[in-house]
Design a protein around this ligand. Sequence first.
Ligand SMILES: Nc1ncnc2c1ncn2[C@@H]1O[C@H](COP(=O)(O)OP(=O)(O)O)[C@@H](O)[C@H]1O
Ligand SMILES: [Mg+2]
Length: 137
Amino acid sequence: MEDEIQILRAAFPSRRIELSLVEPGEAMVDASRLREAVANLVSNAAQHGSGETVDVAVRGAEGQLVVEVSNDGHLSEHELSNLFEPFKATRRDFHGQQANLGLGLFICRQIVDAHGGKISIASNSGRVRVSMQFPNQ
Ligand SMILES: Nc1ncnc2c1ncn2[C@@H]1O[C@H](COP(=O)(O)OP(=O)(O)O)[C@@H](O)[C@H]1O
Ligand SMILES: [Mg+2]
C-alpha cells in the first residue's frame, strides 16, 4: 500500500496524500485489484476534490479490512445518486483526446463486489468520503 501511495504522490505533486494504517489485519484481497481501487479513489480525490489534502485510512474493523479515502468537496444528492453507474460522464468531462468516462467508481464497485464487500460514498460537512469494506475471508 505504501508503494502505491508513493506512486500517487508522484502523480499528484500538488496534493498532500496522507496514509494512516491502523492494524489492518488479514483479509483475502487481491493486492493488485486493491491497489487499482485505491488509485482510482485517490485520483478522484486529487482531481475532483477542492482541498490540498487527500486522506487514505486503512484499518481492520470487526473482521473487515476498511479502506477510506476522503477529501474536501461536496456532492449533491443528485450527483450521489448515480456515481457507481458506468459511462455517466457528460460532454463537459471531455478535454480533447482525454476523457473522464465516469468509469472509476464503477470499477471500484466491481472490485469490491467481487470480494463480497461493500462500497459507499458520502458527502457531509464539506468532506467527500468513499469507504470500501472487504470481508476477512
Ligand atoms: N472524491 C471526490 N470528490 C469530489 N467529487 C468526486 C469524487 N469522486 C468522484 N467525484 C465525482 O464523481 C464523478 C465520477 O467519478 P468516477 O466514477 O471516478 O469517474 P471520472 O473520474 O472518470 O469522472 C466525478 O466526475 C466527480 O464529479
Ligand atoms: Mg475517476
